[in-house]
Design a protein around this ligand. Structure first.
Ligand SMILES: O=C(O)[C@H](O)[C@@H](O)[C@H](O)[C@H](O)COP(=O)(O)O
Length: 253
């Protein structure tokens, strides 16, 4: 791993512009090196924060972006629970990501078929023998320490064969979902967690300061060769005793 950086902002107001800068700087770097930028998205509060910050940028050009989902809820796209549906209305409808560059699940399929179909789409989008290597994955963390749809104590934490796995017993509704597995997550060139609010403070301390073998899925995100950022606000970081970087909105990553 290229090293973990824990970045603490006074609030999400200062964090947001730095998240947008991380996205555009990694996009610029990826396009210069291999002609396109692959971005994996997560749901939760990230949807509105990321959309707002990206749309505030002058001259945002997403014509060479390819976007996938770190996990997705198996519901129709017009269901308020659909992560794709939310991004469509908040972001995709307002920027120039080519339609062919947005990798979505087929929500009409049963969950196992849906995961296989999505895995096939990822393999097609990332040709070659190895795992898909995303330029940037944006992740959230639940108060139970889950990330993607990888939940504490769930057998999927040990999945090493599949790129995308089905889950039909998600402890957080809706129960049917598909999720990237750890091997894909940890192959990314850069992974950034965004976690804000005081409800995250206890689990954030466990995840960042816990000793080895943590049971928390978010603690298992350790990109093999990539960068790892934690972008958090003061309330989420309130219990941390490790050394952190205190930043404000003008920071460049
Ligand atoms: O599919 C889901 O249920 C959500 O996407 C979920 O996994 C979310 O990413 C985390 O709970 C963090 O959410 P917040 O950043 O909103 O706290």
């Amino acid at each position: 791993m290229a090293g973990r950086r824990v970045l603490v902002f006074p609030s999400s107001v200062e964090l947001g512009p730095v998240l947008a800068h991380l996205v555009t700087s990694r996009a610029e770097k990826a396009i210069a090196s291999h002609g396109r930028f692959s971005l994996g998205l997560s749901g939760g509060s990230l949807v509105s924060m990321l959309s707002k910050e990206l749309l505030a940028l002058p001259n945002l050009d997403c014509s060479k972006w390819i976007v996938g989902f770190c996990d997705e809820r198996l519901v129709p796209f017009d269901d308020p629970d659909s992560t794709y549906g939310l991004y469509k209305s908040h972001l995709f409808s307002k920027v120039n990501i080519p339609a062919s560059g947005i990798l979505t699940i087929d929500s009409s399929l049963p969950v196992t078929d849906c995961a296989e179909d999505y895995e096939r789409k990822l393999k097609e989008a990332f040709p070659g023998d190895g795992l898909p290597v995303f330029d940037l994955l944006l992740l959230g963390m639940g108060p139970d320490g889950h990330t993607c749809s990888l939940f504490p104590d769930h057998p999927l934490l040990e999945e090493t064969n599949k790129i995308v796995a089905p889950i039909s017993d998600s402890p957080k509704p809706p129960p049917l979902r598909v999720t990237m597995t750890f091997p894909v997550v940890n192959s990314a060139r850069c992974v950034a967690f965004v976690s804000t609010g005081g409800s995250k403070a206890p689990v954030l301390k466990e995840v960042l300061e816990g000793k080895g073998d943590s049971l928390f899925p978010a603690a298992r995100v350790l990109p093999t060769n990539g960068e790892l950022f934690w972008l958090v606000d003061d309330p989420a970081a309130a219990s941390l005793t490790i050394q952190v970087e205190r930043l404000s909105s003008g920071a460049k990553l």
